[in-house]
Design a protein around this ligand. Structure first.
Ligand code: APR
Length: 232
């Protein structure tokens, strides 16, 4: 009997209890910054040092945090379901928890790429990327992050997974940033859907949705027990 396919859309909230800031909560990452100064091509051209420093600080902090029970609970589900994680997060906490199928819609903090040959992508040793750090062809390296105004190359792949999901879970995202927030609409009407977030509210025109208004570290393990009991 093939395993049912579970697609899990995650956002910054799943990493909040690991100690990483979200973007739009009080004290969030965007509170201290003008988004376009640190996360857009225009910001990069205007002041690359500021952009490099913004991501260096986030990369440095990532080295000091660990996956939390929510990340680990998703790994447990891989024994019972075909799990595909579609994350907006650029941290590597899903990887470090042991998840196997991860799509990073908005890039990866620990990777950098050539500003000219965008297919030249490298794992960054350590946490610091500086001006003058160049790709093998001699061009400046930049964060391997999808900035505001840039295309989301993996969105079609993610939409396909959502369209053939038997079950869908949304965890720790404010559902405000497109195209990621639109993925839930690719899931079939019949597919049971779950939204785990302390601010979870019913989503416009999304059928068969159950809101679990909890933090991820308690809500995701609860979802795991529910799925194993009622959906195997
Ligand atoms: N457990 C679960 N959810 C939480 C927790 C927690 N402990 N703490 C906060 N949240 C929820 C908030 O209620 C909110 O709904 O996490 C969500 C965080 O929302 P955002 O800060 O908007 O983060 P996200 O939805 O991931 O942002 C999407 O926006 O800025 C861009 O590229 C960036 O990937 C990011 C995208």
């Amino acid at each position: 009997m093939p395993k049912k396919k579970l697609v899990v859309l995650t956002g910054a909230g799943i990493s909040a209890e690991s100690g990483l800031k979200t973007f739009r909560d009080a004290g969030g990452l965007w509170e201290g910054h003008n988004v376009y100064e640190v996360a857009s091509p225009e910001g990069w051209y205007a002041n690359p040092e500021l952009v490099l420093e913004f991501y260096n600080q986030r990369r440095k902090q990532l080295l000091e945090v660990e996956p939390n029970p929510a990340h680990h609970a998703l790994v447990e589900l891989e024994d019972f379901f075909e799990v595909v994680i579609v994350t907006q997060n650029v941290d590597d906490l899903h990887e470090r928890a042991g998840s196997q199928n991860i799509i990073h819609l908005h890039g990866e903090l620990k990777k950098v790429r050539s500003t000219v040959y965008e297919n030249l992508v490298y794992e960054l040793p350590g946490w610091e990327l500086k001006l003058g750090d160049n790709c093998e062809k001699g061009h400046q390296l930049r964060p391997h992050i999808v900035w505001f105004g840039e295309s989301v190359p993996l969105i079609e792949d993610a939409a396909l997974h959502c369209s053939d999901a038997d079950l869908l879970a949304v965890i720790g995202t404010s559902m405000q940033v497109y195209p990621a927030a639109g993925l839930i609409h690719y899931a079939s009407v019949q597919a049971p859907k779950f939204y785990i977030d302390p601010q979870a509210e019913p989503l416009h025109s999304v059928q068969n949705l159950r809101c679990i208004k909890q933090n991820a570290s308690s809500g995701v393990p609860e979802l795991v027990q529910y799925l194993k009991r009622d959906f195997l």
